[in-house]
Design a protein around this ligand. Structure first.
Ligand code: ADP
Ligand code: ASP
Ligand code: MG
Length: 838
């Protein structure tokens, strides 16, 4: 036999309700796809099957009843809400043309009567300002009692034979009225009479039971799933279907995690763990009775009945995969008890949990220090006050004598749980779980591993919980790693980067990286887009952006749930450089082509690195020296592996490499500068290059990377001009005056060429001195042949001498620099390859 349970979401509108009736009728007619793909041919009478049917209240109605009850308890008349509740049912009736006018009239009467009883209960509560559990149960049960009337009438209108079951005659419970416990043996016995009934549909309202005395009880919120399981148990069904509004069980709540994956199948144990830790798609207690009789479960979508759904059944002997699902319980409080009275005192834990159990509060997670010095446990946030009161009472003596310190309560926490039968068989799962949380900037407050080893839970702050959920989900279940880029600076390098982001996006997607441009800014404007914007259109979009402020950008990133945000600084601005530290403090990666931050004082230089380490984020600046040439990384690797820099000589300026290369060919100095300037190889004011300051900054960075403490002032920047040459005035005046030095450079070159040498503009580290200026090099020197805009860096180290390690290639230009920035951006994705769960 088949049992179908339809949730409130499947009954929210008239259309959906018709769909429920159609699905039930099809099942009765034997046209039900027990095994999806089975022939769905002609109906034959002898094919008819009895179907068990459980329905919830119309979607949202139980919440409405809760609100009405709370209002009554406060002594308030919630007339509008009460009227809405009644109208909701009457309007629905009016939209069901298959019901004759006579049936509609009869139903209106029955609904009216049930609502009158509701009003009497609410009046009583309002008068007494108290609501005994029995009355509350009656109030909340109203939703199912109303919906079942309508469903029954619709089934009969289809000529189906219906047996409406009063829950009091089947769902026998004991214990607390609002969360009562079904007595399975009794239910099994009571069900026997139903199994052979000659009807099409055995219809039961969900959520409701009754105790020994016949008093109405409830199975707890969301408890209709449980009723479905109990009816399947009572009828010895072979399959219990839970019909809802999603295609099945997903790797995480699909409403919260857009890339959640639908699961084909789960073991009973996995489903139980997932639902216990918050997967609302199934009430946690549903599995128990079904697993006892090995009844299969399928979660299916009323709105998409052709989808096969998720199958839940006995555990497969071969565990198919690592992690199956991730859940978040976000209305949780963590209570911690500590003090000398907790240390090695036998029975203290038993007393703590006895106190909480007496209040019928379920403990969701427990962690304990091995010294037993402290014990923390999580309870639903709404139970926190009662739990504390019970503990105060039971541990009053210990509290008075200060054997136990005041209870520590964290009221705003959430529990994030990773579930899977195979978790304990895999090394490194916990490591990946916590690394993913760290990478998403989420702080872990407490940790617990399920004793079944089927789950790992972390208690985290509620305000970080959504981000944590999505970050861990991405690590375990999504094949793509996310990078969210916030670009500052749309000059030559920034623009080239935008072009490269645009052309590479498809390639990256195909290679598992989901790179999104979530923000772009220039010195005036800022444009943000949480989901990412097209890089090609970004500059245009910037035109209608908001006013730029670096603080606003940083706070926007930290207040939104970005998974892997990177600020990319393509400016040469000192204020942005200073703000890089603030970004790192917020756990945001920084990629910078801007050299300023690395050349402020040593204290700042250190702070950048310490902060990045502490916040577990990357600070990357490969393009600070030699654009995309692999300079910084190479030098760092040399130093890390125990080598030491002894001497360095390098041409670190592409523009000056070009200028001095032309001198080799006999071009006059002023013409060489003019040529370089007209080709855009120099800054608009060529003195910015000729002054050597830019090279000095690069040299300082190399020096610091090699482990030395140095400031910009330690670099001796020597002027390339004769002492009496005036470098002041406007650019034009300077350019007009420049031919005055042609003879000076020509005579130098003449002398050097006679000696088979040449002149280079270089940076040099030697004998503890750091110098930027002209360097005379002979034909055997690694810099002799470097011209035409190339850079070359010669590192003489303990290992590389007398022949140095030379890195050579184009070290300037928008495209290569942007390429280097791009490579740094890609280095921010965590080194754990994202793996699909199966
Ligand atoms: P019903 O009204 O049918 O009982 P519920 O709202 O109680 O439906 O449960 C269905 C909802 O459960 C889905 O809409 C979904 O948002 C939520 N949910 C939470 N976790 C999961 C999960 N892992 N897989 C599927 N749905 C989930
Ligand atoms: N109507 C009840 C509730 O909303 C039971 C259910 O829908 O499962 O909690
Ligand atoms: Mg539900």
């Amino acid at each position: 036999m088949l049992v179908m349970k339809f949730g409130g979401s499947s009954l929210a509108t008239a259309d959906r309700m018709q769909q429920v009736i159609a699905l039930t009728a099809a099942a009765c007619a034997g046209r039900h796809a027990h095994n999806p793909g089975e022939d769905q041919g002609q109906t034959q009478d002898d094919n008819r099957e009895t179907v068990g049917l459980v329905v919830s209240a119309l979607g949202g109605v139980t919440d409405q009843l809760v609100r009405l009850q709370s209002a009554a308890l406060r002594g308030e008349n919630a007339d509008a809400e009460r009227a809405a509740l009644g109208n909701r049912h009457l309007d629905l009736l009016a939209q069901l043309p298959s019901l004759s006018e006579a049936v509609q009239a009869q139903l209106r009467g029955a609904i009216g009567q049930r609502l009158q009883q509701l009003d009497r209960d609410l009046d009583g509560v309002r008068l007494l300002r108290a609501c005994p559990d029995e009355v509350q149960a009656r109030i909340l049960a109203c939703g199912e009692q109303l919906s079942v009337l309508i469903v029954e009438a619709l089934l009969r209108a289809r000529d189906l034979r219906v047996q409406l079951v009063d829950p009091a005659t089947l769902i026998r419970t004991q214990g607390p009225v609002l969360e009562s416990t079904p007595q399975l043996e009794k239910i099994d016995a009571l069900g026997a009479a139903l199994r052979t009934l000659p009807v099409d549909v055995i219809l039961l309202p969900g959520f409701i039971g009754a105790d020994e005395r016949g008093t109405l009880t409830l199975l707890g919120r969301n408890g209709s799933d449980y009723s479905g399981a109990l009816l399947a148990y009572a009828l010895d069904a072979s399959l219990c279907e839970i019909w809802t509004d999603v295609d099945g069980v997903y790797s995480a709540d699909p409403r919260r995690v857009p890339h959640a994956q639908l699961l084909d199948s789960l073991s009973y144990e996995e489903a139980m763990e997932l639902s216990w830790f918050g997967a609302k798609v199934l009430h946690p207690k549903t599995i128990g009775p079904l697993a006892l009789k090995r009844i299969d479960i399928r979660i299916r979508n009323t709105l998409n009945p052709s989808a096969p759904g998720t199958h839940i059944g006995p555990r497969q002997s071969v565990v198919p995969s690592l992690a199956r699902g991730l859940t978040l319980l976000d209305q949780v409080a963590l209570i911690t008890l500590s003090g000398p009275g907790m240390q090695g005192v036998p029975g203290i834990a038993a007393r703590i949990f006895a106190a909480v159990a007496r209040e019928q509060i379920s403990v969701m997670l427990i962690t304990q220090g091995s010294s037993e010095f402290s014990l923390s446990f999580a309870v639903p946030a709404r139970e926190q006050a009662r739990a504390i009161a019970a503990l105060e009472q039971d541990l009053a003596l210990e509290r008075r004598s200060e054997l136990i310190r005041p209870f520590d309560v964290l009221a705003d926490v959430a529990i994030l749980t990773l579930v899977g039968d195979g978790l304990h068989q895999q090394r490194g799962v916990a490591g990946r779980f916590f690394a993913a949380l760290a990478a998403t900037r989420v702080n872990v407050i407490a940790i617990a591993q399920g004793s079944s080893e089927r789950s790992i839970s972390a208690v985290i702050g509620r305000n970080e919980s959504e981000r944590g959920l999505r970050g861990v989900h991405q690590q375990f279940f999504e094949s793509r790693q996310r990078i969210e880029v916030f670009l500052i600076g749309t000059g030559t390098v920034g623009s080239a980067l935008l072009e490269q982001l645009d052309s590479q996006q498809e390639f990256l997607r195909a290679h598992g990286i989901d790179l999104r441009l979530c923000g772009v800014a220039n010195s005036r404007q800022l444009r943000l887009s949480n989901d990412g914007m097209a890089p090609a259109a970004a500059k245009q979009a910037l035109a209608d952006g908001e006013a730029f402020s670096i603080d606003r950008l940083i706070s926007h990133i930290s207040n939104n749930g970005y998974l892997n945000p990177v600020i990319v600084d393509c400016t040469s601005d000192a204020d942005i450089a200073r703000a890089q530290l603030k970004a790192l403090e917020q756990g945001i990666h920084v990629v910078t082509a801007n050299k300023k931050a690395n050349t402020f004082d040593m204290a700042f230089y250190r702070a950048l690195r310490q902060t990045a380490d502490r916040q577990n984020c990357r600070y990357l600046y490969e393009t600070n020296v030699g654009a995309a040439l692999p300079v910084i990384d190479t030098l760092q690797n040399l130093i890390k592996s125990g080598d030491a820099l002894q001497r360095f000589a390098g041409i670190l300026s592409g523009s000056l490499s070009y200028v001095f290369g032309l001198l080799d060919d006999g071009v006059a100095f002023s013409d060489a500068v003019k040529d370089a300037r007209s080709r855009g190889f120099t800054e608009p004011d060529p003195r910015d290059d000729l002054s050597g300051m830019d090279v000095a900054r690069k040299l300082l960075i190399l020096l610091r990377e090699s482990g030395q403490l140095a400031e910009l002032g330690d670099v001796d920047v020597q002027s390339i001009f004769p002492p009496d040459f005036d470098v002041g005035g406007s650019v034009d005046a300077f350019m007009a005056r420049l031919p005055q030095v042609d003879a000076y450079f020509a005579s130098k070159m003449q002398r050097l060429q006679a000696e088979r040498k040449t002149l280079r503009f270089a940076g040099e580290i030697a004998d503890g001195r750091c110098r930027v200026g002209l360097m005379e090099v002979d034909a055997g020197h690694p810099l002799f042949a470097i011209k035409g805009g190339e850079n070359a860096l010669a590192f003489y180290t303990r290992r590389y001498q007398p022949v140095p390690l030379v890195i050579r290639g184009y070290g300037a230009g928008a495209a290569v620099t942007a390429g280097g920035v791009f490579a740094d951006i890609l280095r921010t994705v965590s080194f754990h390859p994202a793996r699909k769960s199966d």
